[in-house]
Every structure is written in structure tokens, then in C-alpha cells.
Design a protein around this ligand. Structure first.
Ligand code: ZN
Length: 338
């Protein structure tokens, strides 16, 4: 009888202990996850490239952004891009040998900076796919969405980082449908070009079609099998939060729900923010918070939150840093609220 009681007591204790232990580790794990949704990837190499003194696309764009992230206690998210990431063959999925060779010989420092950005993007995708992070922001320069195969940089861009990323996701991870959202003030003409016939990439761009490179007409909707998968929205000077948010809510969300992406990439240009020396939109940091939330909601509804965001333009040093940090903050806080 005594033995039986002892056994019962021991069993109760064991069950209680294991239950408590599981609960404890679950809550610990949940808290850990809550703290580490987002990663920010960058590297000092991207600070070396200089087009000319007083050029708006300058290293301070990244320096100010990183400084503000640290000030806002988000420095914990920042990690260095692993330079050992193999990118060579992936760059060739978009760019010709002529272009690569020409950039390397004409602008070795700029080319290396853009190549480091590519490495960061590929690393970011790997980390998302390994569930190390829910989403990643690449704080890199130069921008990439105007890069063609002309053997020179176009609109400050050398390689198209986002286009290479899309090819990488499709080939390495066999995820077919990629949604590219481009909210830079300028049209992502290169991204459009490389996927114009391709129904596996939905390209959604909001921009001022009257600005450089003067492309991005809403009439350009794709061709062949890619017809209908290129969405250009021209927005005029003075575009407000209300206008751009309603465009995303009414057009992007609907298109994305039909397309059902497997992965989302953002060409995150902040020259569409108010007070940018190269843009004329009137979008506030709060506006970027909403755009980011819309993208996150689409990612959560369709692809388990998989989202990589890559810095494009943004030339008001203080303003762009504020908008980018709001973007990162929103990426990182999203899962705490659902
Ligand atoms: Zn731009």
C-alpha cells in the first residue's frame, strides 16, 4: 500500500515536472522568437564606394541608417554580411559576362559594393528559409533596380539585387511565385525588363513615371505568358499617404490574393518619402509603416511570412534613415501583435 502511494506521488510529480518544463521552454522559445523576427544585414564594404564628391548616393545613407537603428535600440538586429556567400553564378542568371567584366574593370569598388549587396540578399534568403528569421532587411548600397546589361552603371545601379534574389529563390528553393513590391520613387525599369514575359514573378511598382528613367507606363502590363503580371502605377508629385495606401489596399492586395506568392521581395526605396531631394512625393514615416504592414499581411496570408526587403533609393540622409528604421521596426514588431 505504501509502495503504491509512493509510486502515485512519484508519477504525479513527474507529470507535473514535465508539463511545467514544456510550458517553460515553450514560453522561453516564444519570447526568443518574438525578439528575433527580423535581421538587418550590412557590411562596411558598402561604405567604400563613391561616385563623386557631393553625389547623393553616398556612404552616409547607410551610416545614418545604422546609427539611428542603434539609437532606437534595434542594433541587436544588425549582423555583418558573410563575404564567403557564393554569388557568382547567381549574378549570371540576370547579368551578361560582358556587363560583369566591364563593371569589374571600370568601377572595381562600386562593383564590389554591389556584389556584397548580392551576397547579403542571398544570405538573407537562406536565413529566412532556415527559419532563422521571419524577414530580413538588407541595408546595402548602391541601389539595384535600374541595373541593365550595358557594361556601366545606370541610375546609380550596378547589379539588380532583387532580380538576382528572385532567380535564387526559384532555383535553389523551388518556390515558384515571387511577388516584387517596388515603392521607390523611381520606376524599377530593370526589374520590369527581366521578368516582363514571366508569369512566375508579379512585379508591382508605384512610382512617378515622369521621373528618371521615364519608364513605368501603366500600359506596360507584361507580354506573352507574362501578360498581366507587370503592374505599373504612376503616382503624381505630391502623392500623400492616403493616396499610396489606398493604391496598395485596393490594387496590390487584390492582385496578391489572386497570385498567391511563395515569397515576397521589396525594393525598399525611400526617395518616395517627403522632403527627398530627388523625389516629389509627400509620404510620411507613418505611411511607410502602413505599406510595410500591408506587405507583411500578404506574406503572412500566403507564404508563412517569407519576406526580404532590400534598400534601393532614398537621398535625404535624415529622412531616409527615419523611414528605413520605421520599416525595420514594423517588420520586427508585426508578429508581436498577432
Ligand atoms: Zn529611386
Amino acid at each position: 500500500m505504501k509502495k503504491k502511494r509512493k509510486f502515485l506521488l512519484f508519477s504525479c510529480f513527474t507529470i507535473f515536472f514535465f508539463f511545467f518544463k514544456i510550458k517553460f521552454f515553450n514560453s522561453l522559445f516564444a519570447n526568443f522568437n518574438k525578439r528575433n523576427q527580423t535581421g538587418v544585414l550590412t557590411h562596411d564594404i558598402v561604405l567604400n564606394h563613391l561616385i563623386s564628391i557631393d553625389h547623393p548616393e553616398k556612404p552616409e545613407r547607410i551610416i545614418e541608417l545604422i546609427k539611428l537603428l542603434k539609437k532606437k535600440k534595434l542594433g541587436i538586429l544588425i549582423r555583418e554580411i558573410n563575404l564567403k556567400t557564393k554569388e557568382k553564378n547567381w549574378v549570371k542568371t540576370i547579368h551578361s559576362n560582358y556587363h560583369i567584366k566591364s563593371l569589374k574593370s571600370k568601377y572595381p569598388i562600386g562593383e564590389k559594393s554591389s556584389l556584397t549587396a548580392v551576397k547579403g540578399c542571398l544570405q538573407g534568403i537562406d536565413e529566412i528559409m532556415k527559419n532563422k528569421h521571419k524577414n530580413i532587411f538588407c541595408a546595402v548600397r548602391p541601389p539595384g533596380h535600374h541595373a541593365l546589361n550595358t557594361g556601366k552603371h545606370e541610375g546609380f545601379c550596378f547589379y539588380n539585387h532583387i532580380a538576382i534574389s528572385a532567380k535564387y529563390i526559384q532555383s535553389k528553393y523551388k518556390l515558384r511565385k515571387i511577388l516584387i513590391i517596388d515603392w521607390d520613387y523611381h520606376h524599377g525599369n530593370s526589374t520590369e525588363l527581366f521578368f516582363y514575359n514571366d508569369p512566375s514573378v508579379l512585379f508591382f511598382s508605384t512610382h512617378d513615371a515622369n521621373a528618371y528613367p521615364r519608364t513605368g507606363s501603366p500600359d506596360r502590363t507584361g507580354s506573352g505568358k507574362g501578360k498581366g503580371f507587370n503592374v505599373n502605377i504612376h503616382l503624381p508629385c505630391g502623392t500623400t499617404d492616403k493616396k499610396i495606401i489606398s493604391t496598395y489596399e485596393n490594387i496590390l492586395v487584390k492582385r496578391a490574393n489572386i497570385f498567391k506568392p511563395d515569397f515576397i521581395l521589396i525594393s525598399a526605396g525611400f526617395d518616395s518619402r517627403k522632403d527627398d531631394p530627388l523625389g516629389c512625393f509627400d509620404i510620411s514615416d507613418k505611411g511607410f509603416k502602413t505599406l510595410t504592414t500591408i506587405a507583411l499581411q500578404i506574406a503572412e496570408n500566403h507564404c508563412n511570412g517569407r519576406l526580404l526587403s532590400i534598400l534601393e533609393g532614398g537621398y535625404n540622409l535624415e529622412g531616409s534613415a527615419k523611414a528605413a528604421v520605421t520599416h525595420v521596426e514594423t517588420l520586427n514588431n508585426f508578429y508581436k501583435n498577432i
